[in-house]
Design a protein around this ligand. Sequence first.
Ligand code: BDR
Ligand code: CA
Length: 315
Amino acid sequence: MDNKKIPVILDGDPGHDDAIAWIIAAAQECFDIRAITTVAGNQTLDKVTYNARSIAALLDLDVEVAKGRELPLCSELITAPAFHGESGLDGADLPEPVKEESKLSAVEVMAKVLSESDEKVTIVATGPQTNVAALLLCHPELKDKIALIATMGGGLVNGNRTALAEFNIAVDPEAAYIVYHSGVPIQMSGLDVCEKAYITPEEWEKIRQMEGPVAEAVSKWLDFYFIHLKDLGWKGANMYDPCAVLSLAYPEIFTIREMNVDIDLSGEYTRGMTLADFRGFNKTNCKAVMDVDREKFVELIIKACEKYSKEVHHG
Ligand code: BDR
Ligand code: CA
């Protein structure tokens, strides 16, 4: 085993940008993907789990895919069909899943990966943080085995689901509260960076021109995903979840600032808000990713897609 690799568990709700984030993650030499776990968010749990298994088939990824929490800890589930369609991943035909889903739950698989690992493991959480919170509650003894929780979630200035709450946190604010109060290191890619991290239709045209099923799926997903984003006035498709993956692999192209972030649970207008303490008086609990060199970011996405297309070309 190459011990320079970063062992990761990919936890998400695919979801177009989750899917692209996982495709990017699987293309990086620096990651060792130990498991994929799913959580209800962009669509219901059954749909996102099916999508996760199809993505694993598309990438020929032989890792355990485990189903996580069906509902947020305390709230009704909110899904996002306007962005992700009825399947949660509309726009491209995917291969039938090859591997059955794990007989273990997401929390059990996460606990197994953590306890069996000699090194600490990073959890890349690109959906609501329900599974991660459940893991922390059920297995506090494993906290020390988590190197980092690299999340896409929140926004220090604005929200998207509501004026102040970003979707992943808005779906399950109590879960995010548990995560942010756990003492486990967090790297937060929120809307601050993600809304700057877009790819334009001209840029993903390069992906469309590549050979192979991965490039085809990515370009078709981007077409679909952009329909709604364009209506909202965005210049391109915001690559929210890829920020969580790429800020881990290439921190040098991002601006990252340490601070204390809390989660509001009770405000009439602010429930699910990530509240940043910019004063710097309190001890910090998170590295907040604030900005990115967008051109380099897009180059990395294109390069990841190219890797799959070269594999097709060279057999
Ligand atoms: C987040 O919400 C979901 O729709 C996306 O997959 C992303 O994780 C952006 O707010
Ligand atoms: Ca997501």
